[in-house]
Design a protein around this ligand. Structure first.
Ligand code: WQD
Length: 336
């Protein structure tokens, strides 16, 4: 099927593009390159061994999206385009409500105009706020602690309203936990602009010497070693989860809300040690105060996705670190 992949040149998007091709779909990337590089397209062609179509533009341009949907006879949309930095969303909330919420409204209006009603949405475990317990199930209470998480929650509620108003629509909401890692080719991976907000890319930049030391935000949490515990999931597992969800929408014909996580929590110190093993580099760190908004533990109960999709994450923390290191240590030598 021809699948519109918004944000398809980004970190998650590029890996989802590969998974869609491997499953026999034809992805059409729609990206404004605000947080991605056009060079990724050539690398995707090298990995998939086939041409990858990309339409440069913004989901906020409803008419443009409608033209793209018709031009490529799109049968389904996987929507990954959006802003995703928690801290930035606190400083610039309107950017997040415009890009994420208004952008999704625009995309869905274009879909309605052309009669396309199969939609896979990139949501986040952030919608659980500070969960009362772990592991986290899909029926847990939802809340938000920042505009980024709020934008994801609002979009989930919009999708529920659309699915009610349009019974012919099929919607899958996928709640990501902590995506990390890179494609084993070393040709694509996470490449944040500026100082990384997230743990894994920051550790990777310490390993290459780009950063002097990691700041561990708090070692006094009620966790086994005092540092924060998260559910790190390999980005290739996450990408394959999208393909499985799309397949379920097409075959089972019902709406889905699913956690995409491993069900295992790892502490910051465990990730540091695993990365030292993977890279052979010492990761210097200092203990810093807790980061505002951080929670002690967050990891998924992945059993619903396994039952409904027959999908489960299979790659280990060690593989996540090995693949990240291969990408991080080689990315500046890749031919443009
Ligand atoms: C992980 C752990 C930090 C950086 C965020 C978003 C979430 C999703 C994934 C989009 C925590 C600690 C981190 C550092 C550290 N994004 N840490 N030093 O906060 O769990 O989730 O990214 O969907 O929505 O909220 O990920 O990687 O920032 O932090 O000690 O320099 O690493 O305290 O315990 P987080 P993270």
């Amino acid at each position: 099927m021809n699948v519109l992949l918004t944000g398809g040149a980004g970190y998650i998007g590029s890996h989802a593009c590969i998974a869609l091709v491997e499953a026999g779909h034809t992805p059409v990337i729609l990206d404004n390159f605000s947080n991605s590089q056009p060079a990724v397209l050539g690398r995707l062609q090298a990995i998939t061994k086939q041409a990858v179509t990309c339409e440069r533009g913004d989901v906020l341009d409803t008419e443009f999206v409608e033209v793209v949907l018709r031009k490529h006879a799109i049968g389904a949309v996987v929507h990954l385009a959006g802003a995703k930095a928690v801290g930035e969303s606190v400083a610039h909330p309107l950017k997040y409500y415009r890009n994420n919420v208004a952008g999704t409204v625009s995309l869905m209006q274009a879909m309605e105009s052309v009669g396309c009603g199969v939609f896979v949405f990139s949501s986040s475990a952030t919608v659980y706020g500070e969960a009362a317990s772990v592991p986290i199930r899909e029926d847990f209470a939802l809340s938000h602690t920042n505009p980024y998480g709020h934008s994801k929650l609002v979009i989930e509620q919009m999708l529920a309203a659309q699915a009610t108003a349009r019974p012919d629509w099929r919607v899958a909401v996928l709640r990501y936990f902590n995506p990390v890692g890179a494609h084993p080719s070393g040709l694509i991976g996470e490449d944040p602009k500026g100082v990384p907000n997230n743990l894994m890319p920051y550790i990777a930049q310490v390993a290459t010497g780009q950063r002097a030391a990691l700041q561990i935000f708090g070692d006094d949490y009620p966790t086994p070693d005092g540092t924060g515990v998260r559910d790190y999931i390999h980005v290739s597992d996450l990408a394959q989860g999208h393909v499985a969800a799309l397949g379920a929408l097409l075959q089972q014909g019902r709406n889905l809300t699913l956690n995409l996580g491993t069900g295992r929590g790892h502490s910051v110190l465990e990730v540091v040690r695993a990365f030292e093993q993977a890279s052979g580099r010492k990761i210097a760190y200092t203990i810093a105060p807790r980061r505002p908004g951080d929670i002690a533990q967050c990891y998924a109960d992945p059993s619903l996705a396994q039952a409904v999709l027959g999908w489960r994450a299979s790659r280990s923390l060690e593989e996540m670190c090995i693949d990240t290191w291969r990408w991080q240590s080689g990315k500046d030598t890749i031919a443009p």
